[in-house]
Design a protein around this ligand. Structure first.
Ligand code: NAD
Length: 399
């Protein structure tokens, strides 16, 4: 079987296992050559470990100087009659193989992070595989649904505005076009559901459960990821439903801090850069901003991907420093280079020039598309995409 990219709108319907392995290896190579994380955590739990910022966190903490052992939780699909499986499934497998070769522990738990069963499995894995406690919990889930823990009913998050509808442009990766879309304003119930799914509720619940189980080491820290962005993106993000959820997440950090202070630890929110991930391509009307941002930041030499962001977070902010650098709202700003005045000025100018006819040539559409394909294991160097892949061989790979 030859595996080719299959894209539907902004969803990849196929993934290349050995391309995913190569993408994991490239990230490992990067952190090995980057300034190392000093005095980093040795035992880490990562919720949302299989792609995007969570996978990059895991790679940075294992190979970027801290030499951490990890338990990673994710929701992924293995090979079946329905298909080859998801990219995150293979990221988990090949990350574990690389970590074990380097003498590190890497346990993968595949399941719904919101469920009590997965919480139990995690506590058991921390006890058996990580010696009983963790020094850091990374909360990097991005999802559209969460079951209400009391009724079992599903909350569904929506990506909508709050107040007025918005018309903007979205990158369609299937057709290679900029589609004009109108984003509706959310109802109060939709806003509430989005806050339940993507806000801080579940982060706090996880920390409570882990504290009660006694699996958080003295001094244990936790970090969750957020996005704010510039004023031009406020209607779709910061002032929209996702922004409401992030405001809740920021407030939750203060609550968790109080609880972790009791064991000498603390909670942080790191505000990250806008990047192409499995989750972010779903955000409508953000396309022109990201296309312009990539172009400008690449030209100014300050562009970063998830792995560069996460290595810099742990190396220059969270660990090995006298003080964690936070802004006046207590947030760690990994979006500092994105938000630089000259970058934003150039981005605003470029956005004004982008049209559905010219966007491929004036913006970084090529880079955006390349990142998306790479997330799914396509377009990497040193991968033989003509090689026949034996389905049975994939089925026996253990997560
Ligand atoms: N992508 C961006 O531009 C960007 C920027 C700033 C902040 N962030 C934030 O970073 C965080 C991670 O997002 P990402 O873009 O890396 O997303 P992603 O889609 O790449 O990764 C999400 C992870 O969550 C896991 N997951 C989803 N539902 C789950 C469930 N029910 N149980 C267990 N695991 C589950 C997935 O398997 C995956 O490992 C989010 O909070 C997001 O808002 C993203």
């Amino acid at each position: 079987m030859i595996i080719e990219p299959v894209i539907q709108g902004v969803i990849a319907r196929s993934a290349h296992p050995y391309g995913c392995r190569q993408a994991v290896r490239e990230q490992i190579e990067y952190v090995r050559s980057a300034p190392p994380i000093q005095a980093g955590p040795k035992r880490v739990l990562i919720l949302g470990a299989s792609s995007g910022f969570g996978l990059a966190s895991r790679i940075a903490l294992t190979f970027g100087g801290a030499e951490a052992d990890t338990v990673g939780v994710s929701f992924e699909r293995g090979p079946s009659e329905k298909g080859v499986g998801s990219a995150g499934w293979y990221n988990n497998i090949f990350f574990r193989q690389e970590a074990e070769q380097a003498g590190r522990v890497a346990t993968n738990i595949i399941g719904d992070a919101f469920s009590p069963e997965v919480r139990d499995q995690v506590i058991k894995a921390i006890r058996t595989d990580l010696g009983g406690q963790v020094d850091l919990v990374v909360y990097s889930l991005a999802t559209g649904v969460r079951p209400d823990p009391t009724t079992g009913e599903l909350w569904r998050s929506v990506i909508k505005t709050v107040g007025e509808p918005l018309t903007g442009q979205t990158v369609n990766l299937e057709t290679g076009q900029l589609d004009t879309v109108t984003v509706d304003a959310a109802t109060p119930a939709e806003i509430e559901a989005t806050v339940k799914v993507m806000g801080g509720d579940d982060w706090a619940a996880w920390i409570d459960t882990l504290l009660q189980a006694g699996v958080l080491a003295p001094g244990c820290r936790t970090v969750a990821y957020s996005y704010i962005g510039p004023a031009i993106t406020y209607p779709i993000y910061h002032q929209g439903t996702l922004g409401r959820a992030k405001v809740h997440l920021h407030a939750t950090a203060a609550d968790i801090n109080r609880r972790l202070n009791a064991i000498g630890g603390g909670a942080d929110v790191a505000v990250c850069k806008a990047l192409v991930t499995k989750a972010s391509v779903f955000i409508p009307a953000l396309g022109p901003y990201i296309l312009a941002l990539f172009k400008v930041m690449k030209e100014s030499g300050t562009h970063e991907g998830c792995i560069e962001q996460m290595q810099r977070l742990f190396q220059s902010r969270l660990y090995g420093q006298q003080h964690i650098g936070r802004d006046e709202q207590g947030l760690i700003r990994m979006d500092d280079w994105e938000m630089a005045e000259d970058v934003q000025l150039a981005v605003t100018e470029l956005i004004a020039m982008i049209t559905p006819e010219n966007f491929q040539s004036v913006s970084d559409y090529a880079g955006y598309r390349e990142d998306f394909l790479k997330l799914n294991g396509f377009g990497l160097q040193d991968v033989d995409y003509h090689q026949e892949i034996d389905f049975q061989e994939l089925k026996v790979l253990e997560p």
